[in-house]
Design a protein around this ligand. Structure first.
Ligand SMILES: O=C(CO)COP(=O)(O)O
Length: 261
Protein backbone atom coordinates (compact mmCIF):
# COMPACT_ATOMS: atom_id res chain seq x y z
CA UNK A 1 0.00 0.00 0.00
CA UNK A 2 1.32 3.40 -0.93
CA UNK A 3 0.88 6.56 1.15
CA UNK A 4 -0.86 8.26 -1.75
CA UNK A 5 -4.39 9.44 -0.99
CA UNK A 6 -6.66 8.29 -3.82
CA UNK A 7 -8.21 11.09 -5.87
CA UNK A 8 -11.59 10.75 -7.55
CA UNK A 9 -12.14 13.72 -9.83
CA UNK A 10 -15.27 14.35 -11.86
CA UNK A 11 -14.71 16.11 -15.17
CA UNK A 12 -18.12 17.51 -16.03
CA UNK A 13 -16.93 18.59 -19.48
CA UNK A 14 -19.46 20.95 -21.16
CA UNK A 15 -22.39 19.84 -19.02
CA UNK A 16 -24.46 21.40 -16.21
CA UNK A 17 -25.26 25.12 -16.11
CA UNK A 18 -24.63 26.99 -12.88
CA UNK A 19 -28.03 26.15 -11.41
CA UNK A 20 -27.59 22.47 -12.22
CA UNK A 21 -24.07 22.68 -10.80
CA UNK A 22 -25.42 23.93 -7.48
CA UNK A 23 -28.01 21.14 -7.29
CA UNK A 24 -25.44 18.50 -8.25
CA UNK A 25 -22.82 19.70 -5.76
CA UNK A 26 -25.43 19.82 -3.01
CA UNK A 27 -26.41 16.26 -3.83
CA UNK A 28 -22.79 15.15 -3.56
CA UNK A 29 -22.30 17.09 -0.34
CA UNK A 30 -25.41 15.52 1.15
CA UNK A 31 -24.38 11.99 0.18
CA UNK A 32 -20.71 12.11 1.12
CA UNK A 33 -19.72 11.67 4.75
CA UNK A 34 -16.55 12.49 6.68
CA UNK A 35 -15.39 8.89 6.37
CA UNK A 36 -15.52 9.18 2.57
CA UNK A 37 -13.31 12.25 2.59
CA UNK A 38 -10.98 10.58 5.07
CA UNK A 39 -10.41 7.73 2.61
CA UNK A 40 -10.51 9.53 -0.73
CA UNK A 41 -9.97 13.05 -2.00
CA UNK A 42 -13.02 14.11 -3.99
CA UNK A 43 -12.87 16.81 -6.65
CA UNK A 44 -15.12 18.23 -9.34
CA UNK A 45 -14.06 20.07 -12.48
CA UNK A 46 -17.08 22.09 -13.61
CA UNK A 47 -17.29 24.44 -16.61
CA UNK A 48 -15.88 27.93 -15.97
CA UNK A 49 -19.37 29.44 -15.67
CA UNK A 50 -20.13 27.16 -12.70
CA UNK A 51 -16.99 27.76 -10.69
CA UNK A 52 -18.24 30.75 -8.73
CA UNK A 53 -21.42 28.89 -7.75
CA UNK A 54 -19.45 25.83 -6.66
CA UNK A 55 -16.98 27.99 -4.76
CA UNK A 56 -19.79 29.76 -2.90
CA UNK A 57 -21.28 26.42 -1.81
CA UNK A 58 -17.95 24.93 -0.80
CA UNK A 59 -16.88 28.04 1.10
CA UNK A 60 -20.25 28.74 2.69
CA UNK A 61 -20.86 25.22 3.92
CA UNK A 62 -17.20 24.31 4.51
CA UNK A 63 -17.54 21.34 2.18
CA UNK A 64 -14.61 19.01 1.78
CA UNK A 65 -15.14 18.67 -1.96
CA UNK A 66 -12.25 20.18 -3.91
CA UNK A 67 -12.85 21.83 -7.25
CA UNK A 68 -10.99 23.09 -10.23
CA UNK A 69 -11.21 24.11 -13.87
CA UNK A 70 -11.03 22.13 -17.09
CA UNK A 71 -8.53 24.43 -18.77
CA UNK A 72 -6.35 27.48 -18.11
CA UNK A 73 -4.80 30.10 -20.33
CA UNK A 74 -1.06 29.98 -20.84
CA UNK A 75 -1.14 33.77 -20.27
CA UNK A 76 -1.85 35.52 -16.97
CA UNK A 77 -3.68 38.55 -18.43
CA UNK A 78 -4.09 40.62 -21.56
CA UNK A 79 -5.71 40.63 -24.99
CA UNK A 80 -6.68 36.95 -25.21
CA UNK A 81 -10.37 36.99 -26.02
CA UNK A 82 -12.28 34.09 -24.54
CA UNK A 83 -9.45 32.85 -22.34
CA UNK A 84 -9.58 32.36 -18.56
CA UNK A 85 -6.39 33.09 -16.66
CA UNK A 86 -4.59 31.42 -13.78
CA UNK A 87 -5.03 34.48 -11.53
CA UNK A 88 -8.80 34.33 -12.18
CA UNK A 89 -8.90 30.65 -11.22
CA UNK A 90 -6.69 31.23 -8.19
CA UNK A 91 -9.04 34.02 -7.05
CA UNK A 92 -11.84 31.44 -7.13
CA UNK A 93 -9.64 29.19 -4.95
CA UNK A 94 -9.42 26.41 -7.52
CA UNK A 95 -7.25 23.58 -6.24
CA UNK A 96 -6.86 21.85 -9.60
CA UNK A 97 -6.94 22.45 -13.31
CA UNK A 98 -7.12 19.77 -15.99
CA UNK A 99 -4.52 20.39 -18.67
CA UNK A 100 -4.07 18.70 -22.02
CA UNK A 101 -7.31 16.75 -22.05
CA UNK A 102 -7.51 14.77 -25.29
CA UNK A 103 -10.62 16.72 -26.27
CA UNK A 104 -8.59 19.92 -26.10
CA UNK A 105 -5.70 18.37 -27.98
CA UNK A 106 -8.08 16.99 -30.64
CA UNK A 107 -10.62 19.79 -31.09
CA UNK A 108 -8.65 22.85 -29.99
CA UNK A 109 -5.25 22.12 -31.47
CA UNK A 110 -3.37 21.93 -28.18
CA UNK A 111 0.15 20.69 -28.83
CA UNK A 112 2.99 19.87 -26.46
CA UNK A 113 4.22 23.48 -26.28
CA UNK A 114 0.79 24.78 -25.33
CA UNK A 115 0.28 22.03 -22.75
CA UNK A 116 3.72 22.76 -21.28
CA UNK A 117 2.97 26.50 -21.11
CA UNK A 118 -0.36 25.79 -19.39
CA UNK A 119 1.29 23.51 -16.82
CA UNK A 120 3.70 26.34 -16.01
CA UNK A 121 0.83 28.86 -15.85
CA UNK A 122 -0.96 26.64 -13.32
CA UNK A 123 2.10 26.38 -11.06
CA UNK A 124 2.79 30.11 -11.41
CA UNK A 125 -0.64 30.69 -9.90
CA UNK A 126 -0.60 28.05 -7.20
CA UNK A 127 -3.00 25.68 -8.96
CA UNK A 128 -2.21 21.98 -9.29
CA UNK A 129 -2.32 20.52 -12.80
CA UNK A 130 -4.17 17.32 -13.54
CA UNK A 131 -2.15 16.52 -16.63
CA UNK A 132 -4.05 14.35 -19.11
CA UNK A 133 -2.09 12.06 -21.40
CA UNK A 134 -2.95 8.96 -23.39
CA UNK A 135 -2.92 7.38 -26.79
CA UNK A 136 -5.48 7.22 -29.59
CA UNK A 137 -6.72 3.87 -30.92
CA UNK A 138 -4.30 3.59 -33.84
CA UNK A 139 -1.33 3.98 -31.50
CA UNK A 140 -2.73 1.34 -29.16
CA UNK A 141 -3.20 -0.99 -32.14
CA UNK A 142 0.38 -0.34 -33.23
CA UNK A 143 1.55 -1.29 -29.71
CA UNK A 144 3.44 1.98 -29.12
CA UNK A 145 1.06 3.35 -26.48
CA UNK A 146 3.63 3.46 -23.68
CA UNK A 147 6.22 5.43 -25.68
CA UNK A 148 3.52 7.74 -27.05
CA UNK A 149 2.12 8.52 -23.61
CA UNK A 150 5.55 9.00 -22.03
CA UNK A 151 6.51 11.43 -24.81
CA UNK A 152 3.44 13.49 -23.86
CA UNK A 153 4.59 13.40 -20.22
CA UNK A 154 8.11 14.52 -21.17
CA UNK A 155 6.74 17.39 -23.26
CA UNK A 156 4.37 18.62 -20.57
CA UNK A 157 7.07 18.60 -17.87
CA UNK A 158 9.82 20.19 -19.93
CA UNK A 159 11.49 22.81 -17.71
CA UNK A 160 9.23 22.09 -14.72
CA UNK A 161 11.32 21.88 -11.52
CA UNK A 162 10.96 19.01 -9.06
CA UNK A 163 9.46 21.32 -6.43
CA UNK A 164 6.51 21.83 -8.78
CA UNK A 165 6.41 18.40 -10.41
CA UNK A 166 6.08 16.63 -7.06
CA UNK A 167 2.59 18.12 -6.77
CA UNK A 168 1.33 17.14 -10.20
CA UNK A 169 -1.49 14.70 -10.79
CA UNK A 170 -1.13 12.68 -13.98
CA UNK A 171 -4.23 11.19 -15.58
CA UNK A 172 -3.70 8.37 -18.05
CA UNK A 173 -6.69 8.64 -20.36
CA UNK A 174 -6.50 6.45 -23.45
CA UNK A 175 -8.53 8.23 -26.12
CA UNK A 176 -10.24 5.02 -27.23
CA UNK A 177 -11.70 4.58 -23.74
CA UNK A 178 -13.08 8.11 -23.35
CA UNK A 179 -16.85 8.27 -23.67
CA UNK A 180 -16.94 4.93 -25.48
CA UNK A 181 -18.02 2.65 -22.65
CA UNK A 182 -14.87 0.64 -23.38
CA UNK A 183 -12.95 0.91 -20.11
CA UNK A 184 -9.32 -0.21 -20.15
CA UNK A 185 -8.66 -3.43 -18.30
CA UNK A 186 -6.99 -2.98 -14.91
CA UNK A 187 -3.89 -4.60 -16.44
CA UNK A 188 -3.82 -2.11 -19.34
CA UNK A 189 -4.25 0.81 -16.93
CA UNK A 190 -1.56 -0.55 -14.61
CA UNK A 191 0.92 -1.03 -17.47
CA UNK A 192 0.85 2.62 -18.47
CA UNK A 193 0.39 4.10 -14.98
CA UNK A 194 3.44 2.14 -13.81
CA UNK A 195 5.44 3.31 -16.84
CA UNK A 196 4.48 6.92 -16.01
CA UNK A 197 5.80 6.46 -12.49
CA UNK A 198 9.06 4.96 -13.75
CA UNK A 199 9.48 7.93 -16.11
CA UNK A 200 8.84 10.38 -13.27
CA UNK A 201 11.59 8.63 -11.33
CA UNK A 202 13.93 8.99 -14.31
CA UNK A 203 13.05 12.64 -14.87
CA UNK A 204 13.19 13.59 -11.17
CA UNK A 205 13.68 10.99 -8.44
CA UNK A 206 12.22 7.76 -7.11
CA UNK A 207 11.03 9.66 -4.05
CA UNK A 208 9.11 12.15 -6.19
CA UNK A 209 7.62 9.39 -8.33
CA UNK A 210 6.31 7.65 -5.22
CA UNK A 211 4.49 10.81 -4.16
CA UNK A 212 2.74 11.63 -7.43
CA UNK A 213 -0.77 10.38 -7.98
CA UNK A 214 -1.42 8.73 -11.31
CA UNK A 215 -5.09 8.41 -12.21
CA UNK A 216 -6.85 6.40 -14.85
CA UNK A 217 -9.65 7.94 -16.93
CA UNK A 218 -11.92 6.56 -19.64
CA UNK A 219 -15.41 5.09 -19.13
CA UNK A 220 -14.89 4.54 -15.39
CA UNK A 221 -18.08 3.41 -13.66
CA UNK A 222 -18.81 2.08 -10.17
CA UNK A 223 -18.63 -1.44 -11.57
CA UNK A 224 -15.07 -0.98 -12.89
CA UNK A 225 -13.60 1.33 -10.24
CA UNK A 226 -12.64 -1.26 -7.65
CA UNK A 227 -10.79 -3.45 -10.15
CA UNK A 228 -8.80 -0.48 -11.44
CA UNK A 229 -8.05 0.76 -7.93
CA UNK A 230 -6.75 -2.66 -6.93
CA UNK A 231 -3.72 -2.02 -9.14
CA UNK A 232 -0.70 -0.62 -7.30
CA UNK A 233 0.02 2.28 -9.64
CA UNK A 234 -3.58 3.45 -10.15
CA UNK A 235 -4.21 6.14 -7.52
CA UNK A 236 -7.64 7.30 -8.55
CA UNK A 237 -9.81 8.13 -11.51
CA UNK A 238 -10.79 11.00 -13.74
CA UNK A 239 -14.43 10.42 -14.41
CA UNK A 240 -16.49 11.93 -17.22
CA UNK A 241 -20.01 10.65 -17.92
CA UNK A 242 -20.42 8.81 -14.61
CA UNK A 243 -19.56 12.01 -12.70
CA UNK A 244 -22.79 13.59 -13.97
CA UNK A 245 -24.81 11.02 -12.05
CA UNK A 246 -24.37 11.88 -8.37
CA UNK A 247 -25.32 8.40 -7.13
CA UNK A 248 -22.88 6.71 -9.51
CA UNK A 249 -20.09 9.16 -8.64
CA UNK A 250 -20.60 8.54 -4.92
CA UNK A 251 -20.40 4.79 -5.57
CA UNK A 252 -17.09 5.35 -7.35
CA UNK A 253 -15.82 7.36 -4.37
CA UNK A 254 -16.87 4.36 -2.26
CA UNK A 255 -15.15 1.90 -4.59
CA UNK A 256 -13.95 -0.08 -1.59
CA UNK A 257 -17.56 -1.14 -1.02
CA UNK A 258 -17.83 -2.54 -4.56
CA UNK A 259 -16.78 -5.98 -5.70
CA UNK A 260 -13.58 -6.11 -7.73
CA UNK A 261 -15.03 -6.70 -11.20
O1 LIG B 1 -12.47 12.17 -20.45
C1 LIG B 1 -12.75 11.65 -19.37
C2 LIG B 1 -12.44 12.34 -18.11
O2 LIG B 1 -11.61 13.43 -18.31
C3 LIG B 1 -13.43 10.35 -19.30
O3 LIG B 1 -14.71 10.49 -19.79
P1 LIG B 1 -15.73 9.27 -19.65
O4 LIG B 1 -15.67 8.81 -18.21
O5 LIG B 1 -17.07 9.83 -20.04
O6 LIG B 1 -15.25 8.19 -20.59
Amino acid sequence: MSDRTPLMAGNWKMNLNHLEAIAHTQKLAFALADKDYAAVEVAVLPPFTDLRSVQTLVDGDKLKIKYGAQDISAHDSGAYTGEISGPMLAKLKCTYVAIGHSERRQYHGENEEIVNAKVKAAYRNGILPILCIGEPLEIRKAGTHVEYTLAQLDGALDGVPASDAEQIVVAYEPVWAIGTGEVATPEDAQEVCAAIRVRLAELYSAELAEKVRVLYGGSVKAASAAGLMAKPDVDGALIGGAALDADEFVKIVRYRDQAVG
